[in-house]
Write a protein that binds this ligand. Sequence first.
Ligand SMILES: Nc1ncnc2c1ncn2[C@@H]1O[C@H](COP(=O)(O)OP(=O)(O)OP(=O)(O)O)[C@@H](O)[C@H]1O
Ligand SMILES: [Mg+2]
Length: 169
Amino acid sequence: MTGDDDAAITADGLRKRYGAVQAVDGVSLSVRRGEFFGLLGPNGAGKTTTLEILEGPREPDEGTATLLGERPWPRNPRLLPRIGVQLQASAFFERLTAREQLATFASLYGVGPRRAEEMLARVGLAEFAGTQAEKLSGGQAQRLSIACALVHEPELGAWTLTTAQVEDQ
Ligand SMILES: Nc1ncnc2c1ncn2[C@@H]1O[C@H](COP(=O)(O)OP(=O)(O)OP(=O)(O)O)[C@@H](O)[C@H]1O
Ligand SMILES: [Mg+2]
């Protein structure tokens, strides 16, 4: 265990560079258990890169992070059942219905189909349970993606809401 027990997420001095682009330049933050925390910023500001470092798949150039008291890097399999993360782009099995999709994610975590059905209702997709993922609207697909990330009732959930900013010319 690292850090204090009440901290869900800590980041201290995170930096990440892709070639000439300094994507993350000294991010420090702390999120307590039970707290809702939003990371806002313009397109390209480094939000996704920061989330990837916190979740574990991306190694920071500098700085340290903890998630539920554990280090996420190198990839930490103990953390995976305890967190649910929906990144910006979701890949679904296109031919599966929303219900089948969620039941598949649930089974990967050893969760039964009843919980999957509850989650569908909770994100307002009950009437689309029989719809194939490729036929859902963008927002409905985002809802399904959030349901997939939270179906195993993780201690910590993170999701991405996408917007595009277009400057007036
Ligand atoms: N895999 C990568 N390789 C090279 N450059 C990358 C990579 N991922 C992101 N970048 C660059 O790093 C910067 C930060 O990108 P990032 O995706 O973290 O931003 P973001 O805040 O999530 O943006 P958005 O609001 O558009 O989702 C951008 O300049 C982007 O072009
Ligand atoms: Mg992003």
